[in-house]
Design a protein around this ligand. Structure first.
Ligand code: MRU
Length: 342
């Protein structure tokens, strides 16, 4: 597995995920705006990784300002943090990481020292997320029955986190325990994170997997070929409503109808318990061209309009359990989510 994201000491090196699976090209930058651009075009993506990359972008912004007087540093670094935070609105991990950076910036009288503190923070968030992924895998393996067909949506693996992933960490743990599982991977239109990224990861780990189009999962459930569904998350509200890649809601509805348990795997950094429910979660809307074309080739007639919400909200009542780094929780969400962070 190539490094997905690595701090070199004065630059951020990252894998351009838009080119996978055809090409594994690393990019390197010392400009925080190039990181923002990478986030916006999904060269760096996945909720936990977005937060980590945002923290490194904050380091790059601070390094460029560290000769400034303290007041100017605080003002300009805060503007840069707001700019980074706005790159992608749905995954709370970015706002969560930027909040921690802002706390350092707002209180500093020593720009050079603050820059070092930001660097330490980014490295700590990165390493911490790897540990969270490991625990999620260890706790989560129990939900996957022997010989199960497992469906997942989008990519919640090493390409989306600082470690081996969330949903994919659970799948890998079950696979390594010799459970003989078979994974069905939703291709995940419009940007094909399932086909391009999750299949790429599972093949590298030699996990038996079959690619399906997003519309096929319900039919496979009806045929009894899927025993469990598991995805990652971008933000979880206090009542368990969960934002994740568009299409997750439809998968959860199909799972409910077919009595297939539907799990979310996510670190606690993905919880946003200040929000009462999913209606308060901001949904990113992306360019219509991602829907009217496929990898640059137009598939809809000229003039066709399209809608392109990048995420949807799965109601908490459709979720069987949430696998976190502190264990697996189940409804009632208002009680169990509050308890797990206390
Ligand atoms: O638009 P993306 O590719 O950033 O969306 C990613 C997802 O929806 C993932 O499922 C989610 O971020 C969880 S990653 C552990």
């Amino acid at each position: 597995m190539p490094d997905v994201l690595r701090w070199t000491g004065d630059a951020l090196r990252f894998l351009d995920q838009t080119l996978l699976p055809g090409e594994t090209r690393m990019l390197e930058t010392r400009d925080y705006r190039a990181v923002i651009d990478a986030l916006k075009r999904l060269a760096i993506r996945g909720a936990p990784l977005i937060g980590i990359a945002g923290a490194y972008a904050a380091v790059l912004a601070a390094r460029a300002l560290r000769e400034c007087a303290p007041a100017a540093f605080r003002e300009q670094a805060s503007l840069a943090l707001a700019e980074i935070s706005a790159a992608r609105p749905t995954a709370v991990n970015l706002a969560w990481a930027m909040g921690q950076c802002q706390a350092l910036v707002s209180t500093t009288d020593d720009p050079a020292n603050c820059t070092l503190q930001l660097e330490n923070l980014a490295a700590a968030l990165h390493a911490d997320d790897a540990r969270r992924c490991e625990s999620i895998g260890q706790y989560g393996a129990i939900i996957i029955p022997e010989g199960a067909g497992v469906v997942t949506h989008c990519n919640a693996g090493a390409l989306a986190t600082g470690g081996e992933g969330t949903a994919i960490a659970v799948i890998l743990a079950a696979h390594r325990q010799g459970k003989g599982i078979h994974v069905f991977v939703d291709e995940t239109r419009p940007l094909l994170q399932g086909a391009r990224l999750t299949m790429w990861e599972l093949l590298r780990h030699e996990v038996p997997a079959t690619l399906i189009t997003d519309g096929m999962a319900a039919s496979l459930m009806r045929e009894g070929r899927i025993q469990v569904a598991i995805t990652g998350a971008d933000r979880i509200a206090a009542n368990g409503d969960t934002a994740n890649k568009i299409g997750t809601y439809a998968l959860a509805v199909a799972a409910k109808y077919h009595r297939v348990p539907f799990y979310i795997a996510a670190p606690l950094s993905t919880l946003d318990l200040a929000l009462p429910d999913g209606n308060a979660i901001p949904i990113e809307h992306r360019d219509e061209s991602e829907v009217t074309s496929l990898q640059g080739i137009r598939t809809a007639p000229e003039g066709a309009r399209a809608c392109n919400p990048a995420f949807d909200i799965t109601p908490g009542e459709l979720i069987t359990g949430i696998v976190t780094e502190r264990g697996i929780i189940a409804p009632p969400w208002d009680e169990t989510l509050a308890a797990i962070v206390s």
